[in-house]
Design a protein around this ligand. Structure first.
Ligand code: ACM
Ligand code: ZN
Length: 611
């Protein structure tokens, strides 16, 4: 393979299209932004006669993804040949010994060369190639187009972090296999490589465990679900359930692996255990007469009691989990475990005394350490939410920092690896616009820009400590996301911002991101992703002033857009007042605003009234 690489280096030096600049006036809009891009003159054109030169089962599988797309939109597939030293035209996948996940993509008029060092690198090279092609390539049906121009360029790319995650809570609401596959496809397109699958909760147990069939027979169900916000007190009266069979899990793990996504299962302990306890009440401290799967969102005092029976149960569950999921990391939850029951429980109190622990926080730490020891004994590692820091971190544990970034900082200072998933900045269940006009959400708002500009590596860490920040994750808690459509609406496009923070080693650049995102929206549209489109509309905010007035600010993410507004309830047009600086309104006025480019409206009119 080395010999082949040198041939291509020589070929690359032959004068061809490799001039700098952007002669065709086309921008390259890739998300996440590659480390280095040089735009050259000309195009390579993919036709049905183009040959792909690639070798090895794994790389051919990736070529299969290209053929799948071409087949569904153009009705042809490309002939694949083993790498051939005598050929100089076509698409070449070459092992150039690059680091894991890195790739280089060279597009010249006569050939495309994707260099890689492993299967992930080749796969990511292809994901970038897709984003250089017309957005039709993402369509779900046959297009009239028969040839595909790819702009000449030279891209070198490798990730900033090894862990680039996206979480999905399938407990508060349940999502079927088709949706999970689509979720993983979208992650892979954005070079996101960890799917954190939240499988157990107070509101439902979603994973088949052969040894404890009741967990899904009974534990998948809640008798009803709260309507509106978690404290509305109004319920729908409809049983709600759903779970994944082990066969489905195996299928999804394999599906994800082909797309270089590792699935990290989360089995919550010692808190968020009510669904399991409702099936097996003896796993609790036994203080209540009745245990029932939760019907609203929140934190519940009914947690696992740290007794031998509980550890035997959890070890059995983890045995099946580790059998199903090859991931080195197993997420054991650890968050939001109230100590109420442990304080009242005779067993817990005597255990604290016997072990010489100071309090219930140290008991939680002891619990997690014991589980860690078990997981480590099987050659795996644990990751848990911030609260596993309480009472001392288990020796090899990794921390997922959600209570802001403090947990991640604390972990890194102790030389433990951390993933930054801070609430509210990386919580995709928070509003992404004006709560007055957005669907019900958990809190916020956390705007796209806030998400984009968050730097996951805190300045307060030394360079040595910063190495322990191993990545980022966007959290999708589904309290208020009962449908796949709502999940996509909340996750996209904000997840593009997190994906870019996780991947790019280039300087973060909000303006550049918004330009690329506008082009990227066309891809999301082609894929049928129901992304939130607030990007194309203004964001109106009222700021406190006196009892009789408000100061109004209007902002826009869409590049080069004019903000135009009215105060009399009429629909703004291209000649309405141009927003330049904040202004004051009184109670009789309503702000209506929209974005305009070349006199044409982009997106929706947004309206906000001072009541
Ligand atoms: C969490 O949001 N409870 C991790
Ligand atoms: Zn107890």
């Amino acid at each position: 393979m080395k010999r082949l690489v040198s041939i291509f280096i020589i070929l690359a030096l032959v004068p061809g299209c490799r001039q700098s600049g952007n002669p065709d006036g086309e921008a390259i809009n890739v998300i996440p932004q590659p480390s280095h891009i040089q735009r050259d003159e000309g195009h390579f054109t993919i036709t049905k006669r183009t040959v792909v030169y690639a070798g090895g089962e794994e790389i051919l599988r990736t070529v299969g993804f290209l053929n799948d797309r071409l087949s569904s939109v153009s009705g042809f597939t490309l002939k694949t040949s083993d790498v051939d030293f005598t050929r100089n035209e076509g698409i070449f996948f070459l092992d150039a010994g690059l680091p894991s996940e890195a790739y280089a993509l060279h597009v010249e008029p006569s050939r495309i060369v994707i260099e890689y060092g492993d299967g992930a690198g080749a796969f990511y090279g292809l994901q970038t190639l897709f984003q250089l092609m017309d957005t039709d390539i993402f369509a779900s049906s046959r297009q009239s187009r028969k040839t595909w121009d790819v702009p000449c360029c030279s891209i070198e790319d490798s990730p900033r972090f090894s862990y680039r995650g996206m979480h999905l809570d399938c407990c508060l609401h349940f999502f079927d296999m088709d949706f999970l596959k689509r979720y993983i496809d979208l992650m892979a397109l954005h070079k996101v490589n960890r799917f954190h699958w939240h499988l157990t909760e107070d509101q439902g147990w979603r994973l088949e465990i052969k040894k404890y069939p009741l967990l899904t027979e009974k534990g998948q169900w809640r008798k009803e679900t709260v309507i509106g916000s978690l404290s509305s007190g109004i319920y729908d009266g409809k049983p709600y359930g759903g779970y994944y069979t082990q066969e489905q899990v195996r299928e999804l793990v394999a599906y994800a692996a082909e797309r270089y996504v590792t699935i990290i299962p989360e089995i919550e302990m010692p808190g968020h255990a009510l669904a399991a306890i409702s099936c097996y009440p003896s796993l609790s401290c036994g203080l209540e007469e009745h245990y029932e799967t939760a019907t609203r969102w929140g934190v519940f005092r009914q947690v696992y009691c740290p007794k031998e029976e509980t550890f035997a149960f959890l070890e059995d569950v983890l045995d099946e989990v580790m059998e199903l999921f090859p991931s080195k990391l197993i997420h054991i939850g650890g968050d939001e475990c109230p100590k109420t029951s442990w304080k009242q429980c005779a067993h817990c109190r005597s255990l604290i005394k016997k072990l010489g622990l100071r309090d219930e926080f140290e008991l939680q730490s002891w619990f997690i350490r014991r589980i860690e020891k078990y997981v480590n004994s099987k050659g795996r590692e644990i990751i848990g939410w911030d609260e596993i820091l309480q009472g001392g971190l288990a020796p090899n544990a990794k921390v997922m920092s959600w209570l802001g970034e403090e947990g991640g900082i604390k972990a890194a200072k102790q030389h433990h690896y951390a993933v930054m998933a801070p609430y509210p900045k990386y919580y995709l269940d928070y509003w992404q616009g004006d709560p007055d006009s957005e669907p019900l959400a958990m809190g916020g708002p956390t705007m796209l820009r806030t998400m984009y500009e968050y730097d996951p590596v805190p300045d307060s860490l030394t360079p040595e400590e910063q190495r322990y920040i191993m990545g980022v994750e966007g959290c999708v808690w589904t309290e208020y996301m009962p449908t796949p459509q709502r999940v996509e609406y909340m996750a996209w496009p904000r997840m593009c911002a997190i994906a870019e923070s996780g991947w790019t080693t280039a300087e973060k650049d909000w303006d550049g991101f918004t330009r690329r995102l506008e082009a990227h929206f066309a891809r999301l549209d082609r894929l049928g992703v129901g992304a939130c489109r607030n990007f194309f509309s203004p964001y109106i905010e009222f700021h406190k002033d006196t009892a009789y007035d408000k100061v109004v600010t209007i902002t826009a993410d869409l590049p080069d857009a004019e903000i135009r507004y009215t105060l009399d309830g009429s629909v703004p047009g291209p000649d309405s007042a141009l927003y330049e600086i904040p202004f004051v309104i009184n109670r009789s006025q309503t702000v209506s605003a929209a974005l305009f480019r070349d006199g044409k409206i982009a997106g929706e009119v947004k309206t906000k009234s001072f009541n």
